[in-house]
Design a protein around this ligand. Sequence first.
Ligand code: UDP
Ligand code: MG
Length: 317
Amino acid sequence: MKNTLYMVIPCYNEKEVLNETATRLKKIYSKLIKSNKIHKKSKIVFVNDGSKDTTWEIIKELHENDDVFSGINLSRNKGHQNALLAGLLTVKDYSDMVISMDADLQDDINAIEKMVDKYLEGYDIVYGVRSKRETDTFFKRFTAESYYKILNFIGGEVIYNHADYRLMSKQTIEELAKYKEVNLFLRGVVPMLGFSSTTVSYERNERLAGESKYPLKKMLSFALEGITSLSIKPIRIISGLGVLIFAVSILMLIYIIVRHQMGDTVTGWASVAVSVWAIGGLMLLSIGIVGEYIGKIYLETKQRPKFSIKEFINKTN
Ligand code: UDP
Ligand code: MG
């Protein structure tokens, strides 16, 4: 085995950080190659996700000056997950293991060697897990925590505090390629692959420069995507709720009849108004949730390609 390591780094408007990220990764690579842990043909691949700034120009320049850097240029912005997938599926034919990482150095690059060590020990998947989230705001920590709980509740096998910083062997990416869904939620699907896996913990840093490319709106839709792509439990919950509410209404009916037989009729428009609003709201919510899934079916049946690659620059000899 040659132990060729390819790193896949999605980049969207990352001109502020790219050169620094490249320099630091190169250092790690030199060390790993020197110690014979990875093959000298290992590469660092930046995936340009339709950036509007000079990201692609910087990637091309890096590639021209140093063989270790490669680049994939997508036809337009497709989002982090698709950019990542484009990278994984493209480089799997050239490498034995692939590490995916963000461009902004929030993921500690010292974990790379630990991941490679685990791979050399025989693990197929190594998850990078954040040991603490002090650099995140309280809001982000709270929402993230609740989110993991929801995902696990609906039956996902999501690794706690793991984002998309992970090592995957060639074989596991070959398996991942068989998952044909248009909206692939990597964090949920990778643990479903099976194979031997382990974790490596690291501290999450502040973004090196620039700002987050994940505004709240994108984060929410990503979160929803995760839930609906992992399970149909929300629909089951709706059915359960329907049964429960029906049971309550029967109990109320019995109560009203009994009171009526005893001579006093239950009065009050307030209870009627409240129940109409409550049931109405619940129904709308339920239709909305079911609608999410129907929308998903619609998008999935079209089977549109997840990304288009305009260029792949990679010096292999
Ligand atoms: N990213 C991408 N396409 C997008 C948005 C983000 O490729 O449409 C990349 C981005 O360049 C970065 C990674 O995804 O390398 C994570 O994004 P970011 O650091 O902005 O997210 P955060 O860490 O704030 O969650
Ligand atoms: Mg980031």
